[in-house]
Design a protein around this ligand. Structure first.
Ligand code: ZN
Length: 64
């Protein structure tokens, strides 16, 4: 049983709030409920990367 070791806690890189728990692999975009930062999270067996999307882009906005 190694499932517990796969569990990762993802914190907001801006304010440090706990955003989510992740088991195994995940690739999600999440909005921090505290500071409203748009955070992109990539998790795999090796570790995880957390990026703040601060390009001023709006999710779901499409031209045309
Ligand atoms: Zn935050």
């Amino acid at each position: 049983m190694t499932q517990e070791r796969m569990k990762k806690y993802v914190n907001c890189p801006v304010c440090g709030k706990l955003l989510m728990k992740c088991i195994g692999q995940c690739n999600v975009d999440i909005i921090c409920s505290k500071c409203n930062s748009n955070i992109a999270v990539f998790v795999d067996e090796e570790g995880f990367r957390i990026q703040e999307n601060r390009n001023g882009n709006v999710i779901g906005k499409k031209a045309g």
